[in-house]
Design a protein around this ligand. Structure first.
Ligand code: NAG
Ligand code: NAG
Ligand code: NAG
Ligand code: NAG
Length: 964
C-alpha cells in the first residue's frame, strides 16, 4: 500500500500542474539580467551545494555561490550543469570534496575554492576537469598534495596555493608532474622549508612564487631546475646563504625578488649567472652610497636602459652622485624609503650619458616639500611622476622644472595646503594631474595657467570652498573635473568658463544648496555626466522654477542627485528635469521625498534607468501619470519607497520596462492588470513586501507560474498573515473557490478521476501485492526448512528485451546450457512460463524459483517497462531475503550519464559489480568464465566477483560503486 500512497500525490501533481512545475524563479540564486547563464547565489546562509545550484538550468555558465556555509561537495554536485565555465565557491566552509564532485563540468575554466577549510584533496576530486585553466585554492588548510592530484587538469595554466599549510615542495611538484600548460604557480605563505624534490618543474612554468615561506637556501635538484622560469619570487624567506645560488642557473630569469631575506646580494651576483638587471633590489638593505655604487657597477654589465626597483631599503637621502655610476635608468622606483627630499631629480644622474628616465615613483616616503627647480638639468624623457603618500606641505614655484615633458603627475594623498601659483609652470604637456586628498583651500586663476593639454584634473577631498570666476579658463582640453568632497557652497556663473571640452563634472559631497541654470552654460554642449550626490539641495515648495536648473544640459546622460543632506530633496517640483532631453540614467535614491510633481519626468523621453530607492518618507503612492512619458525606461528601482499599491495610472505605460525592483514596500496585493501591462518585464523583485495570502492574490500565485519574468527568490516570500508560516507561491487557495459550480466540480472531478485511475492502480500495484503475498508464503514455508539447502528449479532466470533475443538464443543459452561443465539450467520466458497464468505471476515465480536473475542490459532493455519491473522484483529479494541475486550483463557500452536517467537501475547498480559483453572473441572467453564464476559464486554468498581483467587491460568486471 506504500506504493499506492506514493502514486496518488504524484498523479495529482501531474494532473493539476501544481505551482512548482514551471514557475520562474530560483530558490537561492538570482539570474543576472541580460546574461541568462549567469547566477549569483551569495550570502544565502546555504549549507549544501544542492540548495544553491539544484534548480539552475542546464545552460548555466557562471555561478557565484561565495559567502555561504557550504561544507561539503558530494559526488555529482554539478551533473546537471554541463556548460558551466566559472564556479566561485570562496568563503564557504568546504572541508570535504568527494571524488567526482565536479563530474560533467567539461567546460569549466575557473574554479575558485579560496577561503574554505580544505585539509586535503583526494586524487579523484578533479577528475573530468580537462578544460580548467584557473584553479584557486588559497586560504585553505592544505597540508599535503597527493601525487597525481592535478593530473586530470591538462589545460591548467594558473594554480593558486598560497596561504595554506603546505610543508613539502616535493609533494606539490609530484602533484603537477603531468601538467604541460601550467605557467603560473603561487606557493607564497606556506610552510616550505626546502626546495628538494624528486620531480622537475613543468617545462611550461614561467612564474614561480615562493614568498613568505621558510626556505633557507637554493637546494634544488639540479643546475637546470629553473631553466624555464622567468619570474621567481623568494621574498620573505630565511635565505642567508647566497653561495647556494651558484648551484642553479638563473640566466633566463627576468625578475628575481629577494626582499625580506638576510642575504649578501653582491656575493650572490658574483657567484651566480643571474643578470644583475633581473634582480629586484627592493628590501635588500642597500642604504648607503657605497652599496648603491657597487650595485651600479654590477648593473653596468647590462648595458641597456633598466627598470630599477629600490623599494624598502631605508634610504634616507640621495645626493648628486647617487646614481651617477649607474647605466641609463628608464624606470626608478624609490617607494617605501625614508626620503625627505628628492631635490631636482635631474641632478642625481650621470650627466654625460643621455638620460632616459621615463617614470619616477617615490610613494610612501617622508617627502615634505618640493623645491624650486627653475633652470636645473632637464630630463626630456620623464613622462610620469608619482609622489603620492608623502607629507608634502607646499609645492614651490617651478617644482617640476626638470620635467618639461611631464604627462602624468600624482601628488595625491599628501598634506599640500599651498600650491604656489607657479608650481606647475611649464607643464604644457601634462594630461593627468592628481591633487586629491590634500588640504588645498584656494585655487588661483594662474595655478593651472599653462596646463593647456590637461585632460583629467582630480581635486577630490580637499577643502576648496570657492571656485573663483574663470579659474579653469585655460583648461580647454579638460574632459574630467573632479571636485567631489570639498566645501563648495555655490557655483558662480563664470566658474566653469573655458572648459570647452568638459564631459564629466563631479561635485558630489559638497555643500551646494542651489543650482542656477546659468552656471552650466559654458559646458552645455559637452557635459555628459553630472554628479551632485550628497549636497544640500532641497525644495520646500512645489512652485515651478522660472528656468529649471538643468535646462541647458541637453547632452547630459547621467545625473546623480542621491542622498541630499541632511533631509533629502523633500520635493520634486514641476519641470525640475526640464531640458534633460538626452538623460539616460537618473539617480534619486536616498532622498526623503514627500511628493513628486506628476510632470517632473515629462521631458525624460530617453530615460532608461531611474532609481528612487530608499526615499520612503511618507510619500506613499506615486502620483498618477508620473511615468507617462518614460517610454524607454528599462530599469526602475523603487525599493523601500513606501508604495502601498501598484496602479495602472502609474505603471501602465512602461512597455519597455524589464527590471522592476519593488522590495521593502508595503505591497499587500498585486494588481493583475499592472503586471499584464508590463509586457517586457523580465525581472521582478518583491523581497520583504509582506504580501498577503488572500483571495485577492490568488491570480498572483498563478502568475508566479510563468516563464517570462524571473521573480527574485520566489520561494522565499512568506505570507504576512502571521500565524501560519505559509508561502505565497503555495498558500492554500481552496477557500477562495466559494461558488457552487466550483464545489460541484471539486466533488465530481475526484470521483471521475478515481474511476479512471482505479483499473490503472490495480494493474500497477497488483504484482507488488502479489509478490509480497508470495514472499510471505515462501517465508512461512521456509520456517520449516534450512534456507541454505533450498532447492532451486533454475540456476538463473534470464530477463531480457525481445530485441536481444538473438544474443540470448545464439550465445547465452548454448554457452550455459550446453558447453563445458557445469551445465546450468536457465529460465526463459518464452520457453518456461506457464501458459494461461498471469504474466506477473509467471515473473514472480520465475525469479523466486531461480538462484539468480541475469539481466541482459541494452538501451532497449532499459526503455522497456517490463524489464525495469523485473529488476525491481529481483532486487526485492535482495532486501527481503538479504540475497543478492542480480547478475547484470551489459550488451553495449552505456555511459554512466545515460544510465543515471534510469533511476531504478542506478539504485540497483549502486554497490554491484557487472559484466560487459566484449566484441573481441578472445575476450569473450573471459566473459563466459566470469559469468560462470558469478553464477557459481553465490554458493559462497556475497562479494564473490572481484577480479578485473579484460581486453586491452580494460576491466571486464568493473566496480561500479560510484554509479549515482
Ligand atoms: C562573487 O561574490 C562575491 C561576494 O559578493 C564577490 O566578492 C566576488 O567578487 C564575486 N565574484 C565574481 C567573479 O563575480
Ligand atoms: C576568488 O575568490 C576571491 C574571494 O571571493 C576573489 O577575491 C578572487 O578575485 C577570486 N579569484 C578569481 C580568479 O576570480
Ligand atoms: C607571511 O605569513 C604570515 C603568516 O601567514 C602573515 O602573518 C604575514 O602577513 C605574511 N607576510 C607577508 C609579507 O605576506
Ligand atoms: C521564509 C524563508 O525561507 N526565509 C528565508 C529567506 O532567505 C533568507 C536568506 O537570505 C533566510 O534567512 C530566510 O529565513
Amino acid at each position: 500500500m506504500r506504493r499506492l500512497g506514493l502514486l496518488l500525490p504524484s498523479l495529482a501533481f501531474v494532473l493539476f500542474n501544481t505551482q512548482q512545475a514551471s514557475s520562474y524563479g530560483f530558490r537561492n540564486c538570482i539570474q543576472i539580467m541580460g546574461d541568462p547563464g549567469n547566477f549569483k547565489c551569495m550570502q544565502r546562509f546555504l549549507t549544501s551545494i544542492s540548495s544553491a545550484v539544484g534548480d539552475l538550468p542546464s545552460n548555466t555558465t557562471v555561478v557565484n555561490a561565495s559567502h555561504n556555509s557550504i561544507w561539503s561537495l558530494p559526488y555529482g554536485s554539478f551533473l546537471h550543469l554541463p556548460e558551466l565555465r566559472i564556479l566561485q565557491l570562496s568563503y564557504n566552509k568546504i572541508q570535504n570534496i568527494e571524488g567526482g564532485a565536479f563530474d560533467n563540468l567539461m567546460a569549466l575554466e575557473m574554479l575558485n575554492l579560496s577561503f574554505n577549510c580544505l585539509v586535503n584533496v583526494s586524487k579523484e576530486v578533479f577528475s573530468g576537469l580537462a578544460g580548467l585553466t584557473h584553479l584557486v585554492l588559497y586560504n585553505n588548510h592544505l597540508k599535503t598534495i597527493q601525487p597525481g592530484t592535478f593530473d586530470p587538469l591538462q589545460s591548467l595554466w594558473k594554480l593558486h596555493l598560497q596561504f595554506n599549510l603546505l610543508e613539502s615542495f616535493d609533494g606539490v611538484l609530484l602533484g603537477l608532474q603531468n601538467l604541460t600548460r601550467l605557467r603560473n604557480l603561487n606557493l607564497c605563505n606556506n610552510r616550505l622549508v626546502s626546495l628538494r624534490s624528486e620531480g622537475w618543474l613543468p617545462k611550461s612554468l614561467s612564474t614561480l612564487l615562493l614568498c613568505n615561506n621558510s626556505l633557507r637556501w637554493m637546494d634544488v635538484k639540479g643546475h637546470g631546475f629553473l631553466k624555464n622560469v622567468k619570474k621567481l619570487d623568494l621574498s620573505y624567506n630565511k635565505i642567508s646563504n647566497s653561495s647556494s645560488f651558484a648551484a642553479v642557473s638563473l640566466r633566463k630569469l627576468s625578475t628575481l625578488k629577494l626582499m625580506g631575506n638576510i642575504i649578501d646580494v653582491f656575493q650572490l651576483l658574483n657567484v651566480s649567472d643571474l643578470r644583475p638587471s633581473s634582480l629586484d633590489y627592493s628590501g635588500l638593505h642597500l642604504h648607503n652610497f657605497s652599496q648603491l655604487e657597487r650595485m651600479c657597477q654590477h648593473l653596468r654589465k647590462s648595458n641597456f636602459p633598466l627598470n630599477l626597483h629600490l623599494q624598502s631599503n631605508s634610504l634616507r637621502n640621495l645626493n648628486d652622485s647617487t646614481f651617477s655610476t649607474c647605466p641609463p635608468i628608464r624606470q626608478l622606483d624609490l617607494s617605501r624609503n625614508h626620503l625627505k627630499e628628492v631635490g631636482c631629480v635631474g641632478e642625481l644622474f650621470n650627466r654625460s650619458v643621455p638620460n632616459q628616465l621615463q617614470t619616477l615613483t617615490v610613494k610612501h616616503n617622508l617627502l615634505n616639500r618640493l623645491r624650486d627647480c627653475h633652470g636645473k638639468t632637464t630630463l626630456q624623457e620623464l613622462r610620469n611622476i608619482s609622489f603620492s603618500f608623502n607629507r608634502i606641505l607646499s609645492v614651490s614655484p617651478y617644482a617640476f622644472g626638470y620635467a618639461p615633458n611631464l604627462e602624468r603627475l600624482h601628488l595625491n594623498i599628501n598634506n599640500i595646503a599651498y600650491l604656489d601659483k607657479r608650481a606647475l609652470k611649464g607643464l604644457s604637456k601634462l594630461r593627468e594631474l592628481r591633487l586629491d586628498n590634500n588640504l588645498l583651500t584656494d585655487l588661483y586663476n594662474l595655478s593651472f595657467d599653462q596646463l593647456t593639454n590637461l585632460r583629467t584634473l582630480n581635486l577630490r577631498n580637499n577643502r576648496i570652498s570657492v571656485l573663483f570666476p574663470q579659474i579653469f579658463h585655460s583648461l580647454g582640453m579638460l574632459h574630467i573635473l573632479d571636485l567631489g568632497g570639498n566645501n563648495i557652497r555655490r557655483l558662480s556663473n563664470r566658474s566653469l568658463e573655458g572648459l570647452r571640452n568638459l564631459s564629466n563634472l563631479y561635485l558630489d559631497g559638497n555643500h551646494i544648496e542651489h543650482i542656477n541654470s546659468n552656471v552650466f552654460i559654458p559646458v552645455q554642449n559637452t557635459l555628459k555626466v553630472l554628479d551632485l550626490k550628497s549636497n544640500k539641495i532641497m525644495y520646500i515648495s512645489m512652485k515651478q522654477h522660472n528656468t529649471p536648473p538643468f535646462s541647458f544640459l541637453s547632452k547630459v546622460y547621467d545625473l546623480k542627485l542621491q542622498a541630499q543632506q541632511p533631509f533629502g530633496l523633500k520635493l520634486i517640483p514641476p519641470k525640475l528635469f526640464k531640458g534633460l532631453t538626452s538623460l539616460r540614467n537618473l539617480y534619486l535614491s536616498g532622498n526623503k521625498i514627500l511628493s513628486i510633481a506628476p510632470d517632473a519626468f515629462d521631458d525624460l523621453k530617453q530615460l532608461q534607468y531611474l532609481t528612487l530607492a530608499d526615499s520612503s518618507n511618507g510619500m506613499g503612492n506615486l502620483p498618477p501619470g508620473v511615468f507617462k512619458n518614460l517610454r524607454n525606461l528599462t530599469s526602475l528601482d523603487l525599493e523601500n519607497v513606501g508604495i502601498h499599491t501598484l496602479t495602472l495610472e502609474v505603471f501602465g505605460n512602461l512597455s519597455r520596462l524589464r527590471f522592476l525592483q519593488l522590495g521593502k514596500n508595503d505591497l499587500q496585493t498585486i494588481n493583475s492588470s499592472v503586471l499584464e501591462n508590463l509586457t517586457s518585464l523580465s525581472y521582478l523583485d518583491l523581497r520583504k513586501c509582506l504580501l498577503a495570502c488572500t483571495c485577492d492574490n490568488i491570480w498572483f500565485q498563478e502568475w508566479l507560474n510563468n516563464d517570462r519574468v524571473q521573480v527574485v527568490y520566489l520561494y522565499n516570500y512568506t505570507c504576512n498573515s502571521g500565524q501560519n508560516s505559509s508561502y505565497v507561491y503555495s498558500f492554500d487557495t481552496r477557500v477562495c473557490y466559494q461558488d457552487v459550480g466550483k464545489y460541484l466540480f471539486m466533488i465530481t472531478f475526484p470521483i471521475l478521476l478515481l474511476h479512471i485511475l482505479l483499473p490503472l492502480l490495480y494493474q500497477h500495484t497488483y504484482w507488488h501485492l502479489k509478490y509480497h503475498l508470495y514472499i510471505l508464503r515462501a517465508w512461512v514455508n521456509s520456517r520449516w526448512r534450512r534456507e541454505e539447502g533450498k532447492h532451486y528449479k533454475f540456476d538463473a532466470f534470464v530477463s531480457y528485451n525481445s530485441t536481444d533475443e538473438k544474443w540470448v538464443l545464439e550465445h547465452l543459452v548454448p554457452s550455459l546450457e550446453g558447453g563445458e561443465a557445469p551445465v546450468f539450467r536457465l529460465c526463459l520466458h518464452h520457453r518456461d512460463f506457464h501458459p494461461g497464468k498471469y504474466i506477473i505471476d509467471n515473473i514472480v515465480d520465475s525469479i523466486h524459483n531461480s538462484r539468480h536473475t541475469i539481466c541482459v542490459i541494452s538501451r532497449k532493455y532499459l526503455q522497456s517497462e517490463w524489464c525495469s519491473m523485473e529488476i525491481q522484483l529481483a532486487s526485492y529479494r535482495l532486501f527481503d531475503e538479504l540475497k543478492d541475486v542480480l547478475i547484470p550483463v551489459f550488451l553495449e557500452d552505456i555511459p554512466k550519464k545515460e544510465l543515471s536517467v534510469y533511476h531504478r537501475m542506478r539504485k540497483v547498480m549502486l554497490k554491484k559489480t557487472y559484466i560487459s559483453w566484449p566484441s573481441d572473441p578472445e575476450a569473450q572467453k573471459l566473459f563466459w568464465a566470469k559469468l560462470r564464476l558469478a553464477m557459481k559464486g553465490s554458493y559462497s554468498e556475497e562479494g564473490e566477483v572481484t577480479h578485473s581483467f579484460g581486453k586491452e587491460g580494460k576491466p571486464l568486471l568493473e566496480s561500479t560503486s560510484k554509479m549515482e
